[in-house]
Design a binder for this molecule. Structure first.
Ligand code: THU
Length: 138
């Protein structure tokens, strides 16, 4: 049975994203981000941003979580929670939207700010007219 992204589950996901955020390596931007990605099997994989002295080599939290999940054998995802210290919930960057879209546009994307505001979208909303695997063959 697939895991259902209930509100309770979101609370747990949000906590995991915030814990991952505290492990971020962001000495350059000082903008720490954490992400927690929920698979259809109910497992969670976390990521944080990992910056680099060669700035473009830095990694976003969402793609670190995605890589960890895929490396563990998962390809179906229900939801991703993002946590940052911005005043307003930070939406995922365009590259992360594209990376996540590879695995489905029904993904629920939630982002939380420390003071409490939470925003929730579907990936389809965040990335209209996506370039997907089928675009290669149309
Ligand atoms: N960052 C993320 O980790 N995820 C996003 O979706 C937006 C940006 C990171 C990249 C960089 O380390 C820092 O935030 C500032 O852009």
């Amino acid at each position: 049975m697939n895991a259902v992204a209930t509100d309770d589950r979101f609370t747990a996901l949000r906590t995991q994203a915030t814990e991952a955020m505290r492990r971020a390596y962001a000495p350059y931007s000082k903008f720490r981000v954490g992400a927690a990605l929920l698979t259809d099997a109910g497992e969670t994989f976390v990521g944080c941003n990992v910056e680099n002295a060669s700035y473009p080599a830095g990694l976003c939290a969402e793609r670190v979580a995605l890589g960890a999940a895929v490396a563990a054998g998962h390809r179906k995802f229900m939801a991703i929670a993002i946590s940052s210290e911005a005043a307003a919930p930070a939406p995922p960057c365009g590259i992360c939207r594209q990376a996540l879209a590879e695995f489905g546009l029904d993904l629920i994307v939630e982002s939380a700010a420390p003071a409490g505001p939470v925003m929730r979208w579907s990936l389809a909303e965040l990335l209209p007219h996506p370039f997907t695997p089928s675009s290669l063959h149309s």
